[in-house]
Design a protein around this ligand. Structure first.
Ligand code: MRU
Length: 357
C-alpha cells in the first residue's frame, strides 16, 4: 500500500494544494498565498470534492486574515466577509463551501475577540480544527458504512470520493477502505466520470496505491456491468443533500441510481453532515454549476467536437430521494423516511461536542 499524497496542507503562511488536475501523470503542488488564489484553485479544480473544497475555503479565510492590513476588528471582519463572498461563488453546488465560510465567519465574529490578532488566531484555529475534524468524520462514515459491504462484494463507484476529495481517507471510498481494512474482499467497478475523469484519473489511482482491486469502466457501461457481473451495491458521495433526501452529486449519478433501481442494486450515499442542507426543501432548490463547453469539446488540448457545437455541461445532477437506499453519515445510517433521519443527523452534530484539537 502507498499512502495518497496530502490533498492540502497549511504551511503557517500559505496553503499547499496537491494539483489534482495533473494526476495521475504528475504529483505536483500549488501554493496559495491569498484568498483569491485559493478561490481560483477551487474554481479551476486544482482542489475538488465537497469536503476538500470546504476545508480549502476555511484556510482561504485564514489567508484573508493573514494578508489583511485591517487595523481594527470591524475592518478585519469586513475583509473576511468580502473574501467569504468570493469563495462562496467559486463553486456553487457543494454546500460544504458555504458551510465552511459561515462557520469560520461565526468563529471570527465571537464578541470576545477584541483585537485583530485575536480574530486572526481564531480564524486559523477554526480552519485547523475543521481539517482535523474532517479526517475523523471520514473515519466514522467508514465505520458506520462498512457493514453494508458483503464479503466478496462487487461495488460500483462514481467520481472520486477518496482521500483526494477530503483532507484524508475519503467518504464513499472510505467505506470501501474500512471494509477492506476489516478483512472483506471487494472488487470496485470505477466509473471513469466524464468529462473531468475523476474516476479514471483519481479513483483508479487511489485504489491502485491502496492495493484494492478495481476495473475501470466508461460511465455508459455501468448498467451493463450490473447485468453482466451482478453488482452488489453502488456507493457514491454527495455535494448537497436537500432535507427530503434529493441529492446533488457528480453528473452521471442520477442515471447510475436509475440503473441500480432497475437492477435491484442498493444505492448508498456517503454523506458528511456538513453536506446536508436543511434549508433546501428539495432538489429543485439546488443550484447546479455549469462548466465550460471545452471540458466536452476538447480533450488534452485536442478538439473532439466541432468548435461551435452547442454544449450543455452541468457538473452535477440531482438523484431523487426515492432512488437512494440509505445515507451513511458520521452519526449513523439514515434510511427512509429521510426527512426525519437527516434532520436528526444534523441535530446530533449540533449537540455533540466537536472533536476539538
Ligand atoms: O467536481 P468535483 O470533482 O468536485 O465533484 C466531486 C463529487 O461530485 C463528489 O462525489 C462529491 O464532492 C463528494 S466527495 C467526498
Amino acid at each position: 500500500m502507498t499512502a495518497t499524497p496530502k490533498t492540502l496542507a497549511w504551511m503557517g503562511d500559505r496553503l499547499r494544494l496537491l494539483d489534482q488536475r495533473r494526476l495521475p501523470a504528475e504529483t505536483a503542488t500549488v501554493d496559495c498565498h491569498t484568498p483569491d488564489e485559493a478561490a481560483e484553485a477551487i474554481r479551476n479544480m486544482t482542489v475538488r470534492g465537497a469536503p476538500a473544497i470546504g476545508v480549502t475555503a476555511a484556510f482561504a479565510l485564514a489567508l484573508a486574515a493573514l494578508r489583511s492590513g485591517a487595523s481594527d476588528p470591524s475592518a478585519m471582519l469586513k475583509a473576511l466577509r468580502v473574501a467569504g463572498e468570493t469563495l462562496r461563488l467559486s463553486r456553487p453546488t457543494a454546500v460544504n463551501l458555504a458551510w465552511a465560510v459561515d462557520r469560520v465567519l461565526e468563529a471570527a465574529g465571537n464578541p470576545r475577540l477584541d483585537s485583530v490578532k485575536a480574530i486572526r488566531d481564531a480564524v486559523i484555529r477554526e480552519a485547523e480544527t475543521m481539517a482535523f475534524e474532517d479526517v475523523e468524520i471520514n473515519r466514522r462514515i467508514g465505520r458506520n458504512g462498512f457493514p453494508l459491504v458483503p464479503d466478496g462484494a462487487r461495488i460500483l463507484h462514481h467520481c472520486n470520493t477518496g482521500a483526494l476529495a477530503a483532507v484524508e481517507y475519503g467518504t464513499a471510498l472510505g467505506i470501501v477502505r474500512t471494509a477492506v481494512e476489516r478483512g472483506k474482499r471487494v472488487h470496485v467497478f470505477v466509473d471513469e466520470t466524464r468529462p473531468r475523469l475523476q474516476g479514471a484519473r483519481l479513483t483508479a489511482w487511489e485504489l491502485g496505491r491502496l492495493g484494492i482491486p478495481y476495473t475501470l469502466i466508461t460511465d455508459g457501461a455501468a448498467a451493463f456491468a450490473m447485468k453482466t457481473f451482478g453488482i452488489d451495491l453502488c456507493v457514491v458521495g454527495c455535494d448537497r443533500v436537500a432535507s427530503n433526501g434529493d441529492t446533488a452529486n457528480k453528473i452521471g449519478t442520477y442515471h447510475l441510481a436509475l440503473a441500480a433501481q432497475a437492477h435491484g442494486v442498493p444505492f448508498y450515499v456517503a454523506c458528511p453532515v456538513s453536506t446536508i442542507d436543511l434549508n433546501c426543501a428539495s432538489g429543485s432548490g439546488i443550484r447546479i454549476e455549469e462548466r465550460d463547453a471545452d471540458e466536452i469539446t476538447r480533450f488534452n488540448g485536442m478538439a473532439v467536437a466541432p468548435a461551435d457545437a452547442a454544449v450543455w455541461n452541468p457538473a452535477f445532477d440531482i438523484t431523487p430521494a426515492d432512488a437512494i437506499t440509505a445515507f451513511v453519515t458520521e452519526n449513523g445510517i439514515v434510511r427512509p423516511p429521510f426527512r426525519t433521519g437527516l434532520a436528526e443527523a444534523v441535530r446530533l452534530s449540533a449537540v455533540r461536542p466537536r472533536f476539538r484539537l
